[in-house]
Design a protein around this ligand. Structure first.
Ligand code: SGN
Ligand code: CA
Length: 529
């Protein structure tokens, strides 16, 4: 258990006085920023987005944010993976510009983080929860961050005063992260504005729910997505060679918690899972076993095979995932409740988002990475104080490169010229300005790697999407050239099942999108494709 408390010593910088250019509330105070970012939270599992899954697993606290703010229905990431997304948030730059192209390496620490700019401006800055990048948090007055992906149960946190160590705390990650967010709010100087990043671990793989929710939804049968049995027939080889199917790649023991499976083929996986369970205190372990032992015995006795087994895996996966979301929703309610009780709602911008989207069984998958909608999209709700605090939806094309520009705009800081993103503030009235962007650039690099999704870049406009897979095959794909294109009409084919690339009827669309993609590559100085 951790005992030492972090004392909040604010960086003594010659902070720039707040001028008329910073965004202020009615009483003239500069606005605070609370950026809540979950890890792998799909828009499909947020009530406000109206997907069938969320009908049976409501998220009232996140929905309340949507009812008081702007729900972005076309929000995307530039590289659907954790550390690239976090680097993009901090720098306002695309992956190839900030260096963090892949999961485990790359951040260019010479790039300025928005936390540093906000701090110079006189903001008190904090990050709690998942940090994940291979550098120390910089530009923060306060941090309590997890080690790498962090643990759901009794995780360790590193702070400015923990001597470089991750100190284990007893409890469930989502609640402990919220505790640290509130700890910062309690310690801050109330006369200065703040920017707080609350980065949850949940609902990242392996989806371990909190004790009180282990049996939630047990009797519900969640609907299967229309594309659950996608055969990838019109797609490039990359959709067939990935390793992220529920059927083959989702593991029964560590992903789906059937620790009782004793078949020797599962020995290593079982050992890893038992090691994870060892983190639990005896009381937590008792609660865990009381719930899962019974359910697992029933499953083993059924001896399911083929499609029935895949359906069972899907149900266990979705339920555990949604149980994790339930605690997220509770804790969003606790944090916003704190802001309300302390009179902070009137001068705080609250943003709810995820580091990327996630497959809830669409195309038979879990995980993310592909430029297909479920992982390319991310939930985004922006609650801005004052007249815009009402439930409206925006269909403007926005992307995670826009967060940095938005937060700088709120603080009245001029956006550095190298930042490509745009402030979202002009969209918050519900109208899209006529000169707003009309398409988006995406680029995924992490191959070969877990899940084996091949490198690709592409462009998406309001209706069409062009994807280009590239590079040489590696590992089991060695020797294969993997250049291949896909084109989708999202209006007629929202599930992206019908690749139109090369079809004569779509020649004009294809040429137009190819020109846009070429232009992005030149303008952004993309160095591989
Ligand atoms: C881990 C997961 C992967 C996941 C990556 C990246 N495996 O490696 O399934 O794609 O993280 O996720 S696990 O068995 O260790 O959970 S990310 O959200 O950090 O990008
Ligand atoms: Ca993630």
């Amino acid at each position: 258990m951790k005992t030492n408390k972090q004392t909040l010593v604010f960086t003594l910088l010659a902070s720039v006085p707040f001028s008329a250019v910073s965004q202020q509330n009615v009483s003239g105070k500069p606005l605070n920023i609370v950026h809540i970012m979950t890890d792998d939270h799909s828009f499909q599992t947020i009530g406000a987005y109206g997907h069938p899954l969320s009908k049976q697993a409501p998220t009232p606290n996140i929905d309340r944010l949507a009812s008081q703010g702007v729900l972005f229905r076309k929000a995307f990431v530039e590289n659907s993976l954790s550390t690239p997304s976090r680097a993009c948030l901090m720098t306002g730059l695309y992956s190839h510009q900030n260096g963090q192209r892949q999961l485990g390496k790359g951040i260019d620490t010479t790039k300025v983080f928005i936390s540093e700019l906000l701090q110079e401006r006189g903001y008190q800055t904090a990050v709690v929860g998942k940090w994940h990048m291979q550098c120390e948090p910089k530009g923060f007055d306060f941090y309590e961050v997890l080690n790498d992906q962090g643990n759901y149960y009794n995780p360790g946190f590193k702070s400015k005063t923990s001597g470089g160590k991750y100190l284990r705390e007893e409890g469930y990650a989502t609640s402990l992260i919220t505790d640290h967010a509130i700890e910062f709010l309690e310690m801050r100087d109330p006369d200065k504005p703040f920017c707080l990043f609350v980065h949850h671990k949940a609902p990242h793989r392996n989806w371990m729910p909190e004790g009180k929710y282990l049996d939630l939804y047990e009797d519900v049968e969640f609907p299967y997505p229309d594309t659950f049995y996608d055969d990838y027939s019109t797609r490039c080889e990359s959709a067939r060679s990935q390793e992220m199917t529920i059927a083959k790649d989702m593991t029964l023991i560590s992903d789906l918690k059937v620790g009782e499976l004793e078949d020797p083929v599962f020995a290593t996986e079982r050992q890893n899972w038992l090691r994870a369970l060892d983190r639990l205190t005896p009381a937590q372990r008792k609660t865990w076993d009381e719930s899962y032992s019974e359910k697992n015995k029933k499953f083993i006795a059924q001896n399911l095979q083929g499609k029935e087994l895949v359906k069972w895996k899907y149900q266990r996966y979705i339920k555990d995932y949604l149980r994790c979301i339930k605690t997220i929703d509770d804790e969003v309610g606790r944090l916003t409740g704190y802001l309300e009780e302390h009179g902070l709602l009137e001068n705080t911008v609250i943003v709810y988002t995820s580091d990327q989207g996630f497959y809830m069984g669409e195309h038979g998958w879990f995980d993310k990475r592909f430029m297909y909608e479920e992982s390319f999209r991310t939930p985004l709700i922006v609650c801005y104080p004052g007249k815009n605090r009402r439930g409206i939806a925006s269909d403007a094309l926005v992307q995670n490169i826009d967060y940095a520009a938005t937060y700088l705009d709120i603080a009245g800081i001029k956006k550095p010229v190298e930042m490509s993103g745009f402030s979202l503030l002009p969209l918050l009235g519900g109208q899209t300005p006529v000169d707003w962007r009309t398409d988006l650039y995406y680029h995924y690099y992490d191959y070969p790697a877990v899940h084996q999704v091949r490198r690709h870049d592409g462009v998406r406009d309001d209706r069409y999407k062009l994807i280009h897979f590239y590079g040489k095959g590696e590992g089991k794909d060695a020797g294969k050239n993997i250049h291949c294109n896909e084109l989708y009409d999202l209006q007629n084919d929202p599930h992206e099942l019908n690749n139109l690339y090369g079809q004569a009827a779509y020649r004009d669309v294809q040429d137009r999108l190819q020109k846009r993609l070429d232009k992005y590559r030149v303008d952004l100085r993309v160095d591989e494709f």
